[in-house]
Design a protein around this ligand. Structure first.
Ligand code: FNR
Length: 190
C-alpha cells in the first residue's frame, strides 16, 4: 500500500530551485509514497465572496487536496515569509468555512534558498498556518536546504551525496509519520 501525497511548490518561477527540490523528492520517494504536484498557479486571488459559488479553479484545487492522503510543502522564502501564491492556495483550500480540505492531513515543510538559513523563517510562518488549518505536521527533522550552484539538476538529481542522504532520511521519517497519523485518523469510508 502506498500513500498519495500532494506536493505544493510555493514558487511559480519557471527556473525555480524549489521545483528542483520537489523533483528530487519525487525521484527519491520509494514504493510507500506516491508524490504528485498540486498546481497552485492558476488560482485567482481568494476572497470570501467566492464562498457561495467557488470557481472551477477553486473546485479543482479542493478536489485535488481531498484526493490525497498527505501533503508536502516545498517553498521558497519571500521577504522572510511564505510566498503570496502559496498562502493564497492555502486560503482557497481552507474555505468555505466548515469545508477545510487540509484538516487532519499529515504534512511536512521543506524548502531551499541560496541563503544560509535556507527558508527557515518562511517555514516557521508556514507551520503556524498549517496548525491553524489543523494539519498535523512533521516536527523533525527540519529541512533547510542551502542551494548551491548545481546542487540539484533540473530533472531532480541531487549531486551532493550528503544532501541526497539527508533527503532520503527525511522522506523515510515523513512516511513513518504519515503512517502513524493515518492509523489514528483513518480516512472515512466513502
Ligand atoms: C527572495 N529571496 C529570499 N531568500 C531568502 O533566503 N530569504 C528571503 O526572505 C528572500 N526574499 C525574497 C523575496 C523575493 C520577492 C524574491 C523573488 C526572492 C531569494 C530567493 O531565495 C531566491 O530567489 C530563490 O531562488 C527563490 O526560490 P525559487 O523561486 O527559485 O524556488
Amino acid at each position: 500500500m502506498s500513500y498519495q501525497v500532494g506536493v505544493f511548490v510555493g514558487s511559480l518561477s519557471k527556473v525555480s530551485i524549489n521545483r528542483r527540490l520537489a523533483a528530487a523528492l519525487m525521484r527519491m520517494s520509494g514504493d510507500g509514497l506516491e508524490l504528485r504536484e498540486v498546481p497552485i498557479g492558476n488560482l485567482p486571488l481568494y476572497n470570501h465572496d467566492y464562498d457561495a459559488d467557488y470557481p472551477p479553479e477553486g473546485v479543482r484545487f479542493k478536489a485535488a487536496v481531498a484526493s490525497v492522503d498527505a501533503l508536502i510543502f516545498v517553498t521558497p522564502e519571500y521577504n522572510r515569509s511564505v510566498p503570496g501564491a502559496l498562502k493564497n492556495a492555502i486560503d482557497w483550500g481552507s474555505r468555505p468555512w466548515g469545508q477545510n480540505s487540509f484538516a487532519l492531513k499529515p504534512s511536512a515543510v521543506i524548502g531551499t534558498s541560496p541563503g544560509k538559513i535556507g527558508t527557515a523563517v518562511a517555514q516557521q510562518h508556514l507551520r503556524s498556518i498549517l496548525s491553524f488549518v489543523n494539519s498535523p505536521e512533521l516536527a523533525q527533522p527540519e529541512a533547510y536546504i542551502q542551494f548551491t550552484d548545481g546542487l540539484i539538476t533540473e530533472d531532480g538529481e541531487v549531486t551532493d551525496p550528503d544532501t541526497a542522504e539527508f533527503l532520503a532520511k527525511w522522506l523515510r521519517l515523513y512516511e513513518e509519520f504519515v503512517c502513524k497519523v493515518i492509523s489514528v485518523n483513518p480516512k472515512p469510508a466513502t
